[in-house]
Design a protein around this ligand. Structure first.
Ligand code: 4AD
Ligand code: MG
Length: 467
């Protein structure tokens, strides 16, 4: 045994080297057949496709054959032969079979057709299903596409810290990082916790965004992007929110609103096209099993121009819809933070294509966004997508020190730990802009999955931190 080098199933299925001896290793998906011959479908994760192993029962030890159960791990030596069965090109006539790992009958993936909810409870095993295998191969491909896109455009991948002392979005939804004994906290006479003797000598948290440090980098390297985990302790139990998610945040010196929205559009299209070109088998599977309109929707996004829509006009469209009898759960008025139902109405029903909304009221956006001359709006952009709602949030940044400082004071943002950020506006400040794409929101769109918990291997959400 094991004298032949292993070949991955993806390579075997593409090979026409019929008659050659090969070795394949993988996990049993199904086993069926007659008293004389069995067909074992083996999968090794290299592709959604299984290879069929043909087992002539007479030639093998009966005790060993009993161990070939769903989920067991096998090493098979055999002859690669052309397959006569529909939908497969090659199969293996087994000569020797070694059971590398037994799988007992408590294995929860015996049958097909489990619910997504059930599979979440066994997230440690769900990558072995067709659906999650497809999703995680696509996830990998999207990460590669993202690095390729920015690298080809001359952006530098810049690593921003995960532990931070500042709240970028100013929303106070941060997880604290501490080594303090929570049962015995030192407090001052006003009852506030004293952090002097904590690990960092001050209060520290997990970052909600790498933007602030990204801005520092952009004003030195010109154009950068971050790509890493971010953390939000918002108690939103929705199919679109995670407590730990990955974000891609480019930041570009000298870019204005037009360049920013152009980059947003180009970037998403590049990633979606990458999936269409490189994840064909997996997308076809998801298109058949999860969402029949998936591939068509992806193709459409690649070839349509995204709408640019000022917030004020968006509100008018929504008000007209209400006047025409459309019912929304939440009210619409100038100044309101649009709910996902409003965003989806604009995208799915009114324009029927992705919308980049711009010029939001400053009250509903973060302190760092560049103020327009009307005194009311800022150059913020959200990219709104069918099925998803907001997929990107970004803005031109306020580069003027006095205006930025005034806004910080207006909003009462504690800036004592952010002197370093303000230094960008003191030492050669420049116009710049950037955005953040939620990686899992992109994956929701590209895979057609319905719940964000099903596009990240190990989701973290309120009351759920397993595996
Ligand atoms: O709109 P957000 O909050 O923007 C920022 O964090 C900026 N600092 C980005 C920047 O300009 N550099 O978040 C950006 C994107 C959202 O559009 C959404 O796609 C995703 O991050 N996102 C989440 N994804 C999953 N779960 C959550 N709880 C998310 N919160 C935001
Ligand atoms: Mg946002």
């Amino acid at each position: 045994m094991n004298t032949i080098r292993r070949t991955r199933i993806s390579d075997l299925l593409a090979s026409h080297d019929f008659g050659s001896m090969v070795n394949v290793k993988g996990w049993v998906r199904t086993r069926r057949g007659s008293k004389q011959v069995n067909f074992v479908a083996l999968n090794d994760g290299s592709t959604i496709k299984n290879i069929q192993v043909v087992v002539d029962l007479e030639k093998f030890d009966e005790e060993m054959l009993k161990l070939i159960t769903t989920g067991a791990c096998l090493s098979v030596d055999g002859e690669l032969v052309e397959s006569l069965g529909a939908g497969q090109t090659a199969e293996i006539q087994a000569r020797e079979i070694e059971v590398l790992g037994l799988c007992d009958n408590t294995y929860p993936l015996q049958k097909k057709g489990h619910s997504m909810e059930f599979l979440r409870e066994i997230a440690h095993l769900r990558p072995r299903t067709n659906t999650f295998g497809a999703v995680f191969r696509i996830r990998h491909n999207m990460a590669i596409a993202i690095h390729k896109f920015f690298h080809e455009k001359g952006f530098y991948y810049f690593h921003t810290p995960l532990i931070t002392a500042s709240d970028c979005e100013g929303a106070g939804q941060m997880f604290q990082v501490t080594t303090k004994n929570l049962y015995d906290l030192k407090k001052d006479d006003k009852g506030a916790i004293i952090y002097d003797d904590d690990f960092f000598g001050k209060q520290a948290s997990l970052t909600v965004s790498g933007q602030l440090e990204g801005e520092l980098a952009a004003t030195a390297l010109g154009a950068i992007y971050t790509f890493g985990p971010t953390f939000r302790a918002e108690n939103s139990n929705t199919p679109r929110h995670l407590a730990e998610f990955w974000m891609i945040e480019p930041e570009i010196a000298f870019a204005d609103l037009d360049e920013l929205t152009q980059l947003e559009e180009e970037f998403i299209k590049y990633c979606v096209k990458w999936a269409l070109d490189n994840c064909k088998d997996d997308l076809e599977f998801l298109n058949n099993m999860v969402d029949k309109g998936l591939i068509e929707r992806l193709q459409k996004v690649v070839s349509t121009d995204f709408v640019r829509l000022p917030y004020t006009e968006g509100v008018k469209i929504l008000e007209a819809a209400i006047a025409g009898g459309h019912k929304f759960e939440f009210p619409v008025y100038w100044g309101c933070d649009l709910a996902s139902e409003h965003e989806r109405y604009l995208v799915e029903e009114h324009f029927k294509k992705p919308v980049i909304m711009i010029d939001y009221p400053k009250e509903i956006k973060a302190f760092y966004m560049k103020q327009n001359t009307d005194g009311k709006t800022v150059q913020g952009t959200d990219v709104l997508f069918p099925q998803i709602g907001e997929i990107i949030g970004g803005s031109v940044r306020e580069e003027n020190y006095d205006k930025l400082m005034a806004r910080i004071e207006e909003l009462n943002i504690p800036m004592k730990d952010m002197w370093w950020y303000l230094d960008t506006r003191r030492y050669g400040s420049c116009p710049h802009a950037g955005f953040g794409l939620g990686f899992e929101r992109l994956l929701l769109f590209v895979t057609g999955m319905q719940n964000i918990r099903d596009v990240i291997p190990f989701p973290r959400t309120p009351n759920s931190c397993n595996f």
